[in-house]
Design a protein around this ligand. Structure first.
Ligand SMILES: O=P(O)(O)OC[C@H]1O[C@H](O)[C@H](O)[C@@H](O)[C@@H]1O
Length: 585
């Protein structure tokens, strides 16, 4: 087991799903992922739950309610070592919105570890018990559960905890080693009996900030009469070959449809390196100049996140240095992605949504595109006026946008794309799974199809698709922290305090004739004025009010910032230092 010495963020997701496989067979399948989402909040762990119509469930839904403290303690008994520890843990305290969050690694004063190996083991055992409960109706007594991890340094430690708990409970484990989160979900769909697939459920583990230990590539099985079996499976090859087939299909069956195209990948030392050897090379692409493909949980090069400026600069530079046709960048566990065209133009955030919307609207004219709340007004104009679709700007959070797209379909409004500016994007055709690799495959399909027609324009075929997207000259995000210990909270929660700030801002805006509240808005206060807009909202997870401003000039952005500052400055628990600095520029 790897030792732990740094702060870690761990996110856990539990999903139940009854999707159709690509081959059309319907499987009830379940997915649980203990995974890292961002480098920003290093210490947190989250757990979210999903239902059969959607990938992710709300915390309040039935499956999660049954996965309560009592169930965890009780079921943990089957896992042996977790019994005494689990009894002392208030699992519900780990709950945060639709997630569970906890500190996984010691090292920061005042932030004790509450996501330990025993807790992880208990959660895994409880997941198996919950899953078995659902499958027993089908006569199932012994489950197959896949476990994968990204390059985070606590991955092996937590993988061992999960494996120990689940095999001790008599179920079988398929260890995939280094994997992407979307691939883990896919393992509940893949039909491949030779490799013991599909699994009944999956668990994805990531951790952070310690040296990465490689996985054993050998396939091996360990038999023990009283325990479940552990089998190592090279699942990423199976998953990647599906992606390769998808691109070949869109190019009319051509074996190497990307022949001669130069594509560089930046995996940020996360789990996305497979995309080079297992996807791009078999399709004929040249991948020279790809970087940071080796997993390294210390992330020595840049934060693996396409929302991060340094990360985008790194892939842009790689494209320019190598005179490549396209650059592709993934986050650590490959559920976020972005691209860069041959001229170094970033295809991320609003631009990537615009690009995906253009592709999806060609296939499904008039469809609704659901996005997060911080998307630009220019994106709405582009989707509605240029592409003839409908833009439904909803809430922040990949889970929120996906759930909303699923809900729209269920009430008769067709939607095929749900996407966040963070680089999470999910398509209806891909089981509403937010898969960064699949998004990039959609771009490759376009490139491959263009080359089949004899075109040699490379990524221009993509850049042309976002032609006409109006972009703001100034785009800022300022995160205003709420001091939870401040007397002004009067012992209340930061959420209540944040809501009070928002209410006050809304009242102040109503009195300002230069500013207009957005007619349709689903979170926070979104306002247009001075040729731009701002949105102040509560963070999904942190005691923070993120403020997004877009305008056509610095002066106009400052005017919008000043309007917010004037309204919120009487809230003394709110740290407005960064906003004050911005408006003084
Ligand atoms: O609300 P915020 O603090 O800005 O965080 C919001 C973000 O949280 C996580 O990173 C989720 O993966 C994203 O889907 C979401 O957009």
């Amino acid at each position: 087991m790897a030792a732990l010495s740094a702060k870690t963020i761990q996110n856990a997701f539990l999903a139940q799903h009854h999707p159709r496989t690509r081959h059309g067979t319907r499987y009830p399948s379940d997915f649980c992922s203990l995974k890292t989402r961002s480098m920003r909040s290093f210490q947190e762990c989250r757990l979210a739950v999903a239902d059969s119509s959607a990938k992710w469930l709300n915390t309040t839904s039935t499956p999660w309610t049954s996965f309560d403290r009592q169930a965890v303690s009780c079921n943990a008994a089957q896992g042996g070592s977790v019994v005494s520890y689990a009894g002392k843990v208030d699992f519900l305290k780990l709950q945060n919105g639709s997630d569970i969050r906890g500190v996984a690694v010691a090292g920061v004063e005042g932030e004790p570890v509450n996501l330990t190996e025993p807790v992880t083991e208990a959660i895994a055992v409880a997941f198996a018990a919950w899953l078995l409960n659902k499958k027993e109706a089908d006569g199932l007594r012994r489950l197959r559960i896949s476990v994968g991890h990204d390059s985070r340094i606590s991955a092996h430690k937590l993988q061992n905890a999960v494996t120990h708990g689940i095999t001790a409970a008599g179920h079988d484990i398929l260890q995939f080693g280094l994997a992407s989160t979307p691939a883990m979900f896919n393992s509940t769909l893949t039909e491949d009996e030779k490799n013991h697939l599909p699994v009944d459920g999956g668990i994805m583990i990531t951790a952070s900030h310690l040296p990465y230990n490689r996985n054993d590539d050998n396939q091996k099985e360990r038999e023990d009469a009283s325990r479940g079996v552990v089998t190592n499976v090279d699942y990423m090859s199976i998953y990647a070959s599906d992606l390769v087939q998808a691109v070949r299909k869109s190019a009319g069956g051509k074996e190497e449809p990307l022949d001669g195209l130069h594509i560089v990948v930046d995996a940020g030392n996360g789990a996305g390196g497979f995309f080079v050897d297992k996807v791009l090379k078999p399709l004929g692409a040249v991948t020279t100049g790809s970087q940071f493909l080796e997993p390294d949980g210390l992330f020595p090069n840049h934060i693996p996140n396409p929302e991060d400026k340094t990360a985008m600069m790194a892939i842009t530079q790689a494209v320019l240095d190598n005179k490549a046709d396209l650059g592709i960048i993934f986050d650590t566990d490959v559920d976020r992605s972005a691209a860069v065209d041959s001229s170094g133009h970033e295809l991320n955030r609003n631009r990537l949504i615009a690009l995906m919307a253009a592709i999806v609207l060609e296939e499904h004219p008039g469809t609704t595109v659901v996005t997060d709340s911080v998307t630009s007004d220019g994106l709405t104009v582009f989707i509605e006026n240029k592409l003839g679709g409908k833009h439904h700007r909803f809430k922040r959070g990949y889970k929120n946008v996906i759930d909303e797209a699923i809900r729209l379909n269920s009430v008769g409004e067709e939607s095929h794309l749900a996407m966040e500016t963070s680089g999470h994007g999910a398509l209806k055709e891909n089981h509403w799974l937010d898969d960064g690799a699949y998004l990039m495959v959609k771009l490759l399909n376009k490139l491959a199809a263009a080359r089949t027609l004899g075109s040699s324009i490379g990524s221009k075929v993509l850049t042309d698709l976002v032609d006409g997207l109006e972009e703001a000259a100034v785009t800022v995000e300022i995160r205003l922290k709420i001091d939870q210990n401040h007397a002004d909270l009067k012992g209340g929660s930061f959420r209540d305090y944040g809501e009070a700030v928002l209410r006050h801002l809304e009242n102040a805006i109503a009195k300002d004739s230069d500013l207009h509240k957005a007619p349709k808005n689903y979170e926070g206060v979104r306002v247009s004025g001075y040729g731009g807009w701002f949105l102040l909202r509560l963070s999904l997870h942190d005691p923070v009010l993120p403020l997004n401003i877009e305008a056509q000039s610095k002066d106009d952005a400052i005017k919008l910032g000043l309007a917010v500052l004037a309204a919120v400055s009487e809230f003394s628990a709110l740290d407005v230092t960064a906003l004050s600095k911005f408006v003084r520029q």
